[in-house]
Write a protein that binds this ligand. Structure first.
Ligand SMILES: *Cc1c(COP(=O)(O)O)cnc(C)c1O
Length: 384
């Protein structure tokens, strides 16, 4: 069965060019980049080239790039670093719509006596800057707000939030895992101190991430041990994956163009057709600015999981508005934060496209989904 993959905010297909550049680092180029011999040195060079490519994607200096094990590690490391560096400050400010990789450490420090403020959003997913200005204070160690939300695609005013953090001497972290490769990310003249990315969200391999640390910003490492990454992240480098990350970062300049034009057009066509052809369907947080590839739609009277299973039978991969941990039916904290009613959260579907999505695939989904929704409604005890 052909796979129609519309779950690109969960992970993406590794680009063929990326795999091709990685392969030699599993076979003949297996040296340890820390070794003194030329054989390890060749791998160290490949890692430095990857670092340069990552830096070029986000307008950074290669020395500002720390290579990590995943986006979650980068997020955790940033929060922990701020807490370590500013022990006299006992407050963390974040938003209600962050990824679990931020909400987890926030909760962890909350349990250990920190005051954590979770900034709210309106029904379009927009942050209230006045609320942010009111809560960020001189007791705040770190402010962490994401560039773009993974469930709705909403793009947040991170530079403005960063400015508020700066005014109070707090560190500012931004989870840009969903932004990289979809919208331009340029950190020259930015208020961002720490920024997270993850290769597998932009057609790189899984298990490798980036933590950008602005030059001059202190950093307390999360992994302590060897001297890798200039003492900022111990552990022998995942060379093959880092090489893949570098290639993906190089390709991502082109992806941003395609996302803004082709992917956005396909997403908009899909959304309008679904809203026109399904009764009682609602878009969630569709106001601009938002990512060009993401669509969150709720269908009244049915369960998102039932829709997912029916789509899956046709080879169509999507996500529902329940927690991303499969098996759990916790309603999405993001949609709840938007004020989407409980039943509508349960009937929600996330469709996320990529540069590999074709018009034929979108036509197929637009043709198949409305009858699925009608069939499930006919079976539903809630009727309609
Ligand atoms: C996927 C994702 C992460 C986690 O990245 P991993 O590399 O899977 O750990 C963090 N934040 C956001 C917004 C994400 O979408």
């Amino acid at each position: 069965m052909k796979v129609i993959y519309l779950d690109n905010n969960a992970t993406t297909r590794t680009a063929d060019e990326v795999v091709a550049e990685m392969l030699p680092y599993f076979t003949e180029r297996y040296g340890n980049p820390s070794s003194m011999h030329y054989f390890g040195g060749e791998v160290a060079k490949a890692i430095e080239q990857a670092r340069e490519r990552v830096a070029a994607l986000i307008g950074a200096d290669p020395r500002e790039i720390v290579l990590t094990g995943c986006g979650s590690e980068s997020d955790n490391a940033a929060i922990r670093s701020a807490v370590d560096l500013l022990p006299e400050r006992k407050k963390i400010v974040t938003s209600r719509i962050e990824h679990p990789a931020i909400l987890g450490p926030a909760r962890y420090f909350e349990d250990r006596g920190y005051e954590v403020t979770y900034l709210g959003v309106d029904s379009d997913g927009r942050l209230d800057l006045a609320e942010a200005a009111a809560v960020i204070d001189d007791n705040t160690a770190i402010v962490s707000v994401m560039w773009a939300n993974n469930e709705t695609g909403t793009i947040l005013p991170v530079e403005e939030i960063g400015r508020l953090a700066k005014e109070h001497g707090a560190l500012f972290h931004c989870d840009a895992v969903q932004a990289a490769g979809k919208v331009p990310v340029d950190l020259r003249n930015s208020t961002i101190d720490y920024l997270s990315m993850s290769a597998h969200k932009f057609h790189g391999p899984k298990g490798v991430g980036v933590l950008y640390i602005r030059r001059g910003t202190p950093f307390a490492p999360f992994l302590i041990g060897g001297h890798q990454e200039h003492n900022r992240r111990a552990g022998t480098e995942n060379a093959a994956s880092i090489v893949g990350l570098g290639k993906a970062a190089e390709l991502a300049h082109g992806y941003v163009e395609v996302e803004q034009t082709q992917v956005r057009a396909l997403r908009d066509r899909m959304e309008s057709a679904l809203l026109a052809n399904c009764r009682d369907a609602h878009r969630n947080a569709a106001a601009e600015p938002r990512l060009p590839n993401t669509s969150s739609i709720s269908f009244d009277y049915i369960e998102g999981e039932s829709v997912l299973l029916s789509l899956s039978d046709l080879g169509i991969c999507a996500s529902s508005g329940s927690a991303c941990t499969s098996g759990s039916l916790e309603p999405s904290h993001v949609l709840r934060a938007l004020g989407v009613p409980f039943t509508r959260v349960h009937g929600s579907l996330r469709l996320s496209l990529s540069v590999f999505t074709t018009g034929e695939e979108i036509d197929f989904v637009v043709e198949q989904l409305p009858p699925i929704v009608e069939r499930l409604r006919a079976l539903s005890p809630f009727g309609h």
